[in-house]
Design a protein around this ligand. Structure first.
Ligand SMILES: Cc1cc2nc3c(=O)[nH]c(=O)nc-3n(C[C@H](O)[C@H](O)[C@H](O)COP(=O)(O)OP(=O)(O)OC[C@H]3O[C@@H](n4cnc5c(N)ncnc54)[C@H](O)[C@@H]3O)c2cc1C
Length: 374
């Protein structure tokens, strides 16, 4: 029996899940979003930090911006967010810094396509979509198990300690680690979210390789005026891949006056070398402090006349980028029509925000299409 998916659980409030949830809700579906994190955004989150003397700082510590280069469909959605004030173009100058010559290269190289940012933080889009009418969002809630009540064709979701989270006609899962061991706050590992009920999809989800990345968030009490751009990639650095002046983005009015906030991204090779030493368990504050120092030292070694920051903290993204993305093929998502199970996320389309948006849109269309064909 094919059921009308009138209630759908979306697991994950990253951009793919948030987009999917909002389209489903607009199509008349009752949607519940479950998110293990404290707030929405996933890899488009914003991090709140407080300095020792009580200053509040906010950093886009995941994706610093996104571009839309391939999909008109995604572009039209992004334009609608722009008109709602949820995103804005980041119009600053970008460049590439050659670590071996200590010189900036062609300024135009990194600045060809429009760069969009969420306003006032990268999480603004997911936040708005998760609070749209018809969407109920539950943060700090890990979905640990999904079962099917075969006699009724309903999905039963349970939390970490076995508590029932709800019954739903359909589910959308947005995490690539869905059928493999994952992280938790305590031990560094979450139990696998088992989708063996849909064996064909489970096989496709196996062993999607990922690249890791460390970021360090820095706050300075003066502008870094020796740097002629607000974002740049590094050439010939084994440690740093990018540096972004977070506070130069539009709508960042929360930054203390005269201060500048920067976020540095490590290379995948540097991240892999740290993880080879530490494993993927939760990192100690000591290890994170050492990583922060190493990334900052490389920034200093650029010779760009960098002052001491008044705030510095590192964060690890264990699964920053899926390497073998696009397992969704032409559909840009995975879909089991009989079970009303969709899987979406950047790993189904392309390893960036544009890919994740497209994948979320496609997963929602699968559900809505299956409703209209009844
Ligand atoms: C450091 C960094 C830099 C980046 N730079 C760029 C860039 O410049 N441009 C660009 O386009 N993209 C960039 N990206 C990639 C971009 O952020 C991702 O492609 C995109 O955000 C992925 O969205 P998603 O919805 O597919 O996944 P995610 O954002 O990972 O969302 C998945 C969500 O599911 C939640 N979740 C997982 N399992 C469970 C569970 N069992 N129960 C409840 N919740 C669960 C997670 O907490 C997470 O919030 C960057 C990413 C990182 C980390």
């Amino acid at each position: 029996m094919i059921r009308n998916p009138s209630s759908v659980a979306v697991i994950g409030s990253g951009i793919s899940g948030a987009v999917c949830a909002s389209i489903l809700a607009r199509g008349g579906v009752s949607v519940t979003v479950f998110e293990s994190g404290r707030g929405p955004g996933g890899r488009m989150s914003q991090r709140r930090e407080t300095t020792e003397d009580g200053k509040e700082l906010l950093f886009d510590h995941g994706a610093p911006y996104f571009s839309v280069e391939h999909s008109d469909e995604v572009m039209s959605v992004v334009s609608s967010w722009e008109s709602r004030g949820l995103v804005a173009e980041w119009k600053e100058k970008f460049g590439c810094f050659d670590r071996s010559t200590a010189k900036f290269l062609d300024f135009k190289k990194e600045g060809t396509s429009k760069k969009y940012v969420g306003v006032p933080g990268m999480n603004a889009i997911c936040k708005a979509l998760c609070y749209e009418p018809g969407v109920e969002a539950k943060f700090g809630t890990i979905v640990a198990k999904v079962d099917m009540l075969q006699d009724r064709g309903l999905w039963l979701l349970s939390g970490l300690d076995g508590q029932v989270l709800g019954q739903f006609d359909g589910i959308v899962a947005t995490d690539k680690n869905i059928s493999s061991p994952r992280f938790t706050g305590l031990t560094g590992r979450l139990p696998p979210l088992d989708i063996s009920l849909s064996p064909e999809l489970a096989v496709m989800m196996q062993d999607i390789p990922v690249r890791s990345c460390f970021v360090v968030m820095l706050a300075f009490s003066e502008p870094l005026s020796s740097i002629p751009v607000k974002g740049f990639s590094f050439k010939s650095s084994e440690v740093l891949s990018w540096a972004f002046c977070d506070s130069s983005k539009p709508g960042r009015n929360h930054i203390p006056p005269n201060s500048e906030c920067w976020v540095l991204h490590s290379t995948a090779e540097y991240a892999a070398s740290v993880i080879a030493r530490t494993g993927l368990r939760k990192l100690s504050n000591e290890t994170l402090a050492k990583v922060a120092q190493e990334l900052f030292q490389e920034f200093l070694a650029s010779g760009l006349n960098i002052p001491q920051p008044f705030f510095m903290k590192a964060h690890r993204w264990g699964s920053a980028f899926p390497v073998a993305a696009a397992i969704g093929g032409d559909d840009n998502c995975l879909w089991d029509e009989t079970k009303k199970l969709a899987i979406c996320g950047d790993f189904c389309a392309s390893p960036n925000v544009e890919g994740a948006i497209l994948s979320g849109m496609r997963a929602a269309s699968k559900f809505l299409g299956s409703m209209s064909s009844l």
